[in-house]
Design a protein around this ligand. Structure first.
Ligand code: NAD
Ligand code: DAU
Length: 337
């Protein structure tokens, strides 16, 4: 099988690329990535000399580049991870988010339709359901209620992807995963930011009261789910992917402080995120019933492995936490005091 993986230099896409080649899910993987601030070829260094691996630097919004790639490579499958993935950035600067997440997905779908790509997995998010009132969990029929430009762009792209099945019979499935964590995550997201700041004895900025709830999914569990949907998912269907691990943010932070041996005094309450969703919660029942997939990683074990990785990858973190990262960090946190 030959895969095109978009966004394969990012956090989750790079894990998928490493697993696809390492576990022989595919013989050939073409990693199509623009290398934005979040794309990093160090994340796929371990497979860079694999005979089945190729990297192509291109923007998914560039119809010509995408067409050329599909014409030349004739892949069996597109697995679409590429996105502007950070909610806070989408609040500060929505334009690139809409451009990549909506228009970029449109460009890929059009090219896939014209070149008759046999399978398309569109990787999306539980954020499209918005905040879910306890004790309910969202299933795939839960109404869409996007709160940020990021979640609206993902909800729009989900609907577009599904319309390509309904209208053109393109073999599309959509996955909606909860919050991922694990190695190689860009340290702007909650868990890697808190780990890397704690390791550097820097303040841990907690938005609002810190009681917002997220469902935590280990990145390898997510990648196995995407592959399960690729293999066994039905066209035109949506599959939730949750980690069965709902925790308030402050609880996650307390566990990070405990595991790193750092004091609670590092916690620094800051102003809340505008439009902040209070609670995400999913049921995985459909994915488990149809594919047999289940999350395997226990949260404390996954968190310990993640902390170990950041502890031993401080050069990776240091290289990222310069230049553009610093500018965004200062902008994002300056107004929150
Ligand atoms: P990430 O920000 O770490 O990586 C995104 C990758 O996409 C980067 O390599 C970047 O260079 C690339 N990219 C961005 N714009 C591009 C463009 N125009 N053309 C080509 N490449 C481009 O993101 P992530 O956290 O790995 O998320 C991957 C996907 O999973 C996204 O679609 C996101 O919405 C979805 N998702 C993420 C999470 C999470 O917790 N991180 C949870 C559920 C779903
Ligand atoms: O739910 C899936 C989504 O999870 C993905 O679609 C997104 O790509 C991914 O970024 C993530 O979105 P969140 O907004 O939930 O993740 P983030 O790590 O930014 O924030 C997690 C929670 O932690 C959220 O309630 C906001 C809070 N937070 C975050 C940061 C960065 C803080 O309290 N302080 C912070 O500094």
């Amino acid at each position: 099988m030959k895969l095109v993986v978009t966004g394969g230099a990012g956090f989750i896409g790079s894990c998928f690329v490493r697993m696809a080649l390492g576990q022989r899910w595919a013989e050939h993987v073409i990693n199509l990535d623009k290398l934005t601030y979040a794309g990093n070829l160090e994340n796929v260094e371990s497979v860079s000399s694999h005979p089945g691996y190729r990297f192509v630097q291109a923007d998914i919004c560039d119809a010509g580049a995408v067409e050329d790639l599909l014409k030349r490579e004739r892949p069996d499958v597109i697995v679409h991870f590429a996105a502007e993935s950070h909610v806070d950035r989408s609040i500060h600067s929505p334009a690139p988010v809409i451009q990549t997440n909506f228009n970029g997905t449109f460009t890929l779908l059009e090219a896939a339709r014209r070149h008759q790509v046999g399978r398309f997995v569109h990787v999306s998010t539980d954020e499209v359901y918005g905040s879910i009132e306890a004790p309910h969990d969202a299933d795939e029929n839960y109404p869409l209620h996007a709160s940020s430009p990021y979640s609206a762009s993902k909800a729009g792209s989900d609907l577009l992807a599904l319309s390509y099945y309904t209208t053109y019979k393109l073999n599309v499935s959509v996955t909606r995963a909860s919050n991922n964590y694990g190695p190689y995550q860009f340290p702007e997201k909650l868990i890697p930011l808190m780990i890397s700041n704690a390791l550097e004895d820097k303040p841990l900025p907690v938005y609002g009261d810190g009681q917002q709830v997220r469902d935590w999914l280990y990145v390898e569990d997510h990648c196995r789910a995407v592959f399960a949907v690729l293999e066994k998912g039905r066209p035109g269907e949506v599959y939730n992917v949750g980690g069965n691990c709902s925790l308030p943010n402050l609880e996650v932070i307390h566990r990070i402080l405990k595991a790193t041996g750092k004091p609670e005094s590092l916690i620094k309450p800051v102003a809340d995120r505008p439009g902040h969703d209070r609670r995400y919660a999913l049921t995985n029942e459909k994915l488990t019933r149809e594919t047999g997939w289940q999350p395997l990683m226990d949260f404390d074990r996954g968190l310990a492995a993640t902390i170990d990785w950041y502890r031993t990858s401080q050069d990776w973190v240091r290289r990222i936490k310069t230049g553009e990262y610093r500018q965004f960090y200062e902008l994002n946190y300056a107004n929150r005091v």
